[in-house]
Ligand binder design. Structure first.
Ligand code: PLP
Ligand code: COI
Length: 355
């Protein structure tokens, strides 16, 4: 039976899987909630979104997603506070970035109301699934892909927009050891690196597997032209602290414009931390590691939150980062998560109440 709640048709699942979930031992993104949002694009328009029981989708083998990779996604989280209220963090930024990615992949852009109203209704319905344990949250995965048929290499005529959710724990289990990539590239000038396109991740898997064989969990991508400047990691933007200055690469068409990255920059400014948004060369990093001025490196992203880097590998040498007691990473992580979980004043206006 379907009911309408705030413009969204809802077909409820007959039974809930929630009792089977061990909320004390959540991994990242591997169990899914009872419902999902679905919205179809056909005949030149997006139809109104619906919430349906979480279920597999059936596609024609000629669906263009399989052949030409027209697929984009977002990553967001819902957070539960002490009073069981549920919050999103800067959701409009995800909506805007999804449409930026859509445009680059020749996917029709979504109406804001479908995204925001659909997302809100889904998270309200799934609010019991938002974990309360420290460090856990409901990971939200909005995605759009070409469901339309045809082997012709051209944009599909039909698309599906889905939002699926997974109660999740930490993305990394501890500190992250990274390899500075010197051979492969994640993105190129004029390419799709700034979009959250599925293919950007597929292209990283092989070099990341090679790095994993050498004991590194993530690759730090360098510019495709010279491999001299660090850009970002597989699933996060990268920050470096040299002496007391916090450095990060400027975004460009090869780098994902991370919402965590820009929030961290605003918080760091607010903390009175000296910031430089500029190109950071591998040479500078190696020199700083050798002379002791390299104090910290960390990644920042929705899934990764703020993840300290324990060491980086470059040209066969591992450079260890020192253990600091009052690190920028821990200060900035506390500030951002206190806002996300409604434990602190939201002076930037980033929190978005769901229920
Ligand atoms: N860079 C890449 C390649 C990512 O996949 C992510 C994750 O979304 C980020 C950076 C961080 O972006 P955000 O902070 O918006 O999650
Ligand atoms: C996120 O941080 O939400 C991401 O999309 C990264 C993902 C590849 C796990």
């Amino acid at each position: 039976m379907e009911t309408m709640v705030n413009n969204i048709a809802i077909e409820k699942a007959k039974t809930s899987k929630i009792k089977d979930v061990d909320f004390d031992n959540l991994s990242f993104g591997s169990v899914y909630t009872d419902h999902m949002l679905v919205c179809d694009y056909k005949n030149g328009e997006w139809s109104a979104p619906k919430i349906v029981p979480y279920q597999p989708i059936t596609l024609d083998p000629s669906a263009k997603i399989f052949h030409y990779g027209q697929s984009i996604f977002e990553g967001m989280k819902a957070y539960k506070d002490e009073d069981e209220k549920v919050w999103l963090f800067r959701p409009l930024e995800n909506f805007k970035r999804l449409n930026k990615s859509a445009k680059r992949l020749a996917i029709p852009e979504l109406p804001e109301a479908y995204f925001m109203e659909g997302l809100t209704a889904l998270i309200q319905l799934e609010s019991d699934w938002v974990p309360k344990n420290p460090g856990s949250s409901l990971y939200i995965r909005p995605f759009v892909f070409a469901s339309g048929k045809g082997f012709h290499a051209s944009p599909a005529g039909e698309y599906k927009f889905i939002i699926a959710c997974a109660p999740s724990g930490a993305y990394f289990s501890g500190k992250v050891k990274v390899l500075i990539e010197q051979t492969y590239s994640r993105a190129a000038n004029g390419g799709v690196g700034y979009a959250k396109a599925g293919g950007n991740y597929a292209g990283q898997f092989y070099p990341t597997q090679l790095a994993a064989e050498k004991g590194y969990q993530q690759v730090i991508w360098t510019d495709d032209n010279t491999h001299e400047f660090i850009e970002e990691a597989g699933a996060m933007n990268v920050f470096v602290r040299i002496n007391d200055t916090l450095l990060t690469a400027p975004t460009n068409d090869r780098i994902l414009d991370g919402i965590t990255r820009k929030s961290i920059l605003d918080i760091a400014k607010d903390e009175g931390i000296q910031i430089e948004v500029r190109k950071v060369s591998v040479h500078e990093l190696v020199e700083a590691a050798k002379n002791g001025s390299l104090k910290e490196m960390f990644g920042a992203g929705t899934a990764a939150v703020v993840s300290p880097i324990s060491a980086f590998g470059y040209e066969g040498v591992d450079y260890d980062l020192p253990e600091l007691t009052d690190s920028y990473a821990s200060r900035l992580k506390k500030r951002i998560t206190d806002i996300q979980y409604n434990r602190a004043e939201d002076k930037f206006g980033w929190r978005h109440e769901v229920i």
